[in-house]
Ligand binder design. Structure first.
Ligand SMILES: Cc1cc2nc3c(=O)[nH]c(=O)nc-3n(C[C@H](O)[C@H](O)[C@H](O)COP(=O)(O)O)c2cc1C
Length: 460
């Protein structure tokens, strides 16, 4: 954990990152367009196996620089938390239990510039067009903070936000979690939901707010404080009764309008498809707040390493924690990119008792509606490797006994293969059958060490 007293914000994280690893940030000084260029550069780097933070100094006509791909590499998640890369998932799992109440200050840098009334125009921000099929420019890094219409508890969640006019967003609450529930309850009473949309903050803020999935009565500004290890500093909202983080780069205030719908989408989703499926909600904007010299942060959408990593890391942590409550012999959980980091999970177990692998798989499938395949393997299988998991399927699984299918479960609406929101969920037990089973072949450690020496010496 950090101990110095620098504010936790996006710019301090970028400074720390550059100090620790000057190659961790790729600066592009040349002007780029607002349409597609940022995504194209990020995807080009990804295709070359590189994942720096990318800082575009000049994007379109905007005075604001654009940072993208901050979450494109898991090592940066560990760096934000101040832990070793190998401890990321276990550390994350323990952090949501700790809360620290936020403090409200009189003023803060987010109030450097406040735009309301006739001056409002979302075109003032470098909101990007990302993929050819998208319905328009999207805020991809907007953490929408709202209060429960009955209890007032604050929830925070990422939602795609399509610019549909100077003061209007179309959005989709397709994960059907807390904000969706708020919107359903408020709409029944004809009430609007005030929101504060946070764009650009320290990664720990994102981890504890937009990415955290907890019970409905948890205040997610307090959970963010728990992740940060200190109270989140807030200022009162300007046009809404929802506070804004004092050290955010941008905050957009507005209301989810009851009874109104928009043709939101299509949008490049984590599934790898341009998705037109949307809950069609509308947000009417009432204020834009930003810091002096604000940095606009974009998340590369689609099936990029950045978007899918943001889905995988919190869910791996959550599943590991939930599974271990009943099965302490679960040694690891991985959400593979081949399953969009969202719909498939690999679970490793040490010496599972008969039937235990299927119980663990069923627990995982029930924990998140998006999951549709759970594969359980022994702990000698590398769950970070699709190839090793497929080898376990090939050599340890018989489909007639080891595969089970749950039909007509609630599934991810973004999965283009589902049936009106319903999905089948599959369990594969690819652990070794009980009784005699051949051992995996290995190389003695002394020979492996000697081989490393020889290869280092003679191989170029
Ligand atoms: C980059 C990113 C974009 C997301 N976009 C959406 C979205 O457009 N709609 C949605 O319903 N969920 C979206 N999600 C998922 C929710 O933000 C996520 O499930 C969140 O944890 C829900 O919070 P809650 O459980 O507190 O309601 C997105 C997640 C990420 C990481």
């Amino acid at each position: 954990m950090r101990t110095n007293e620098k504010p936790f914000d996006l710019r301090s994280f970028l400074e720390d990152l550059e100090a620790a690893d000057p190659d961790g940030i790729l600066r592009i000084p040349e002007p780029v367009g607002i349409d597609f260029d940022v995504t194209a550069v990020a995807m080009e780097l990804e295709n070359r196996g590189r994942a720096p933070v990318i800082l575009f100094e000049k994007v379109g006509d905007s005075p604001f620089p654009v940072v993208a791909n901050l979450f494109g590499d898991r090592r940066r998640y560990a760096q934000a938390l101040g832990v070793e890369d190998s401890d990321l998932i276990e550390t994350w799992g323990g952090l949501g239990d700790r809360t620290i109440d936020p403090v409200v200050r009189e003023t803060g840098p987010i109030l450097d510039t406040v735009i309301t009334g006739d001056g409002l125009d979302l075109a003032a921000l470098p909101i990007l067009n990302h993929f050819a099929e998208d319905g328009g420019p999207y805020v991809t890094n907007g953490i929408v903070v709202a209060r429960d219409p009955d209890t007032g508890v604050r929830n925070a969640s990422y939602h795609r936000l399509q610019v549909m006019g100077r003061t209007r967003f179309g959005t989709s609450l397709h994960s059907r979690r807390h904000l969706w529930n708020y919107a359903q309850r408020a709409a029944r009473r004809g009430e609007a939901i005030p929101v504060s949309i946070v764009i650009g903050h320290h990664p720990l803020f994102a981890f504890g707010s937009g990415l955290w999935k907890g019970p409905m009565d948890a205040d997610e500004y307090a959970v963010a404080g728990g992740f940060m290890g200190r109270a989140l500093e807030l200022v009162a909202g300007v046009t809404v009764p929802v506070e804004a983080p004092a050290f955010a780069e941008f905050v957009i205030e507005g209301h989810i309008v009851p009874g109104e719908e928009a043709d939101e989408g299509p949008f490049a989703e984590f599934t790898g498809y341009a998705s037109a499926r949307s809950t069609r909600h509308v947000i009417e904007v009432s204020a834009i707040l930003h810091r002096k010299d604000a940095i606009y942060q974009d998340i590369v959408p689609g099936i990029s390493d950045e978007h899918t990593g943001l889905l995988a890391v919190p869910m791996e942590a959550r599943l590991l924690k939930v599974l271990r409550q009943n099965y302490p012999n679960v040694t690891g959980v991985a959400m593979p990119k081949s399953g969009t980091c969202r719909m498939h999970v690999y679970i490793a177990m040490k010496d599972p008792a008969p039937g235990q692998a299927k119980n663990a798989a069923a627990t995982a499938l029930g924990e998140d509606l998006s999951l549709k395949l759970a594969v359980v393997v022994d702990d000698d299988v590398d769950i970070a490797s699709d190839r090793d998991v497929m080898w376990a399927l090939c050599t340890r699984m018989q489909a007639d006994a080891d595969v089970d299918i749950l039909k007509n479960c609630m599934g991810a609406i973004l999965d283009p293969s589902n049936h009106d929101g319903l999905t089948a969920k599959m369990i594969i037990d690819a652990t070794k059958p009980a009784g005699d089973f051949p051992p995996r072949h290995t190389i003695p450690e002394a020979a492996a060490a000697r081989a490393r020496e020889l290869v280092a010496k003679y191989s170029t």
